[in-house]
Design a protein around this ligand. Structure first.
Ligand SMILES: Cc1cc2nc3c(=O)[nH]c(=O)nc-3n(C[C@H](O)[C@H](O)[C@H](O)COP(=O)(O)OP(=O)(O)OC[C@H]3O[C@@H](n4cnc5c(N)ncnc54)[C@H](O)[C@@H]3O)c2cc1C
Length: 494
């Protein structure tokens, strides 16, 4: 008798294939995995910027960085440059690197504030290797003994295809076809899905990776969707690929417009662009014109319209179905967190896998953790919109004056009054992330920790100078980003 747990993955986008490959590599001896996808529906086809957690996840499931980057025309990402967010014609950087050196008692920005108060110290940006390297268009995975903290820009379609080429030889069975019917047993668990050609696929556990639609979790198990559009109003995007007119930069650019914002993601050989907006504040035609007027290369594709609703699935695990990817919720792409959320969902799933028996308590814990994670990321994204001084459009007026979650209001007030910042509860956005965005968008704390005055002025001055010098030296040793890519991971096909 086959004692393997039968897993059916509905959907073959990034979420579906990442689920398939993770489960087959880490739990393959215990699971029989079938993935169903439909060419008729296709994938969302965007999702090209990532955050550094992807590296440790890839390591866990045995993905070779050079092979994966070559297969997906990937480039390196050291952070995001935000243009026109706090004010028009202003710019700041959210880098993945550590800024300066913290002490157990006070964070580095507090030492820097003390230095500024005493008339030296330069810019906070001078103390981050990753940030300075990004701006100089330089990159290496390591400088001397120091590891660089980075993520990737990748071609989303090529990424799903790459994961497929790894998953099928490892034992994942793929079925092409449209899921037309879903059968449930008397307990309400899903027992099978039936394809348009009549094939019925039986399963013990069903993973819903069907995208925004949430075919299993939403349409068949009736799990609701908590709408967060009162916090995050964007409901539309238009994406277009363009020719590369310059060597790829090692960071994403996010440029705020009067009603929405535009992404620019450089890959090897082309650039991904898109505008994110709310249909309440901008028409599709105006969004398209804004996007097309702000491209730097010739379009390679027709602009593609996408619709979404920001929010989260009320329960991401219900009965024997777990929603992963867009079926579990969407927070808009501002901080490139969606693929990260796929990977954390997979880590959680592998730790709490329902091998049998009563899994209600596992599901409850899983849902609780997923909710906390989504709310934390939501707060970080709202911060970018709400903390603007822009008053040039109804869009920015709405965001600047809207009610925000208490958790975020508390964080902003503490930083504004005391300069105190702390990492979030799910350890995703570090102190440096919060500080870069809060300061970048205009908060100057009224106070900072006085421990920074324990050092005499000359000592503080010298330490700050040494740190800056070390970073400048390190950056000067780095190769150009493009040069590094050409040696390390040249694209297989361009
Ligand atoms: C505008 C925008 C920008 C984004 N940018 C980023 C970013 O920079 N970084 C990031 O991390 N994420 C980003 N994302 C999110 C990212 O695209 C997704 O999280 C990721 O691609 C996973 O999508 P998915 O696999 O859940 O869904 P999809 O790609 O939509 O895949 C759904 C799959 O389900 C299948 N399917 C659906 N219905 C059926 C059916 N009835 N029968 C059979 N198969 C079916 C489809 O064939 C497809 O294979 C962005 C999203 C949007 C909308």
């Amino acid at each position: 008798m086959d004692s393997k747990t039968k897993v059916v993955i509905a959907g073959g986008g990034t979420a579906g294939w990442l689920t398939a490959y993770s489960l087959i590599t880490r739990l393959g001896n215990l699971l029989d995995i079938t993935l169903v996808e439909s060419d008729q529906i296709g994938t969302v086809g965007v999702g090209e910027a990532t955050i550094p957690t992807m590296r440790s996840f890839h390591h866990l499931i045995g993905i070779d960085e050079q092979e994966f980057m070559s297969a997906t025309q990937a480039t390196f990402k050291l952070g995001i440059q935000f243009d026109n967010w706090g004010q028009q014609n202003e710019s700041y950087f959210h880098s993945f690197g550590e800024i300066g050196q913290r002490s157990w008692m006070a964070e580095f920005h507090e030492f820097w504030m003390e230095a500024k108060a005493q008339g030296f110290g330069g810019s906070l940006e001078d103390y981050c290797l990753e940030l300075k390297a990004a701006k100089a268009n330089k990159f290496a995975t390591q400088v001397g003994k120091k590891s660089v903290n980075f993520a990737y820009h990748l071609d989303a379609t090529a990424y799903a295809a790459y994961l497929r080429t790894k998953s099928e030889p490892a034992g994942v069975k793929r079925k092409e076809g449209l899921i037309e019917a879903v059968r449930k047993d008397q307990t309400g668990n899903i027992s099978s899905v039936t394809l348009a050609n009549g094939d019925e696929i039986l399963g013990d556990v069903f993973i819903d990776c069907t995208g925004f639609r949430g075919l299993l979790i939403g349409e068949h198990l009736d799990v609701g969707y908590e709408d967060w559009s009162h916090f995050l109003a964007a409901d539309s995007a238009i994406a277009v690929q363009t020719e590369a007119v310059e060597a790829p930069i090692p960071y994403t650019r996010s440029t705020a417009h009067p009603a929405g914002w535009q992404w620019k993601i450089p890959l090897q050989g082309r650039v991904g662009n898109g505008i994110v907006y709310s249909s309440k504040f901008l028409s599709d035609d105006d969004a398209r014109s804004t996007l097309m007027a702000n491209l730097s290369g010739q379009p390679l594709t027709e602009p593609r319209q996408l619709r979404f609703k920001t929010g989260r699935r009320e329960k991401v695990w219900h009965k024997n179905c777990i929603a992963i990817g867009l079926s579990s919720g969407f927070l808009e792409p501002l901080e490139s967190t969606s693929i990260h959320l796929v990977t954390t969902a997979l880590l959680r799933l592998m730790k709490m896998f329902p091998f049998g028996g009563n899994s209600a308590l596992l599901a409850e814990q899983y849902n609780r953790e997923a909710q906390l994670e989504a709310e934390t990321i939501r707060d970080f994204i709202i911060l970018h919109y709400h903390l603007t001084q822009r008053d040039d459009s109804p869009f920015w007026d709405h965001y600047r004056t809207m009610a925000i979650p208490d958790s975020l209001a508390h964080r902003m007030a503490l930083f504004r009054e005391n300069g105190y910042a702390w990492p979030d509860d799910v350890s995703l956005f570090r102190v440096d992330s919060w500080v870069q965005v809060m300061m970048g968008q205009g908060i100057t704390p009224q106070q900072h920790h006085q421990g920074s005055r324990m050092l005499p002025t000359e000592g503080l001055k010298q330490q700050m100078q040494v740190l800056r010098q070390m970073i400048d030296n390190a950056v000067s040793q780095l190769p150009e980003h493009d040069e590094f890519i050409k040696k390390y991971c040249p694209a297989q096909q361009l």
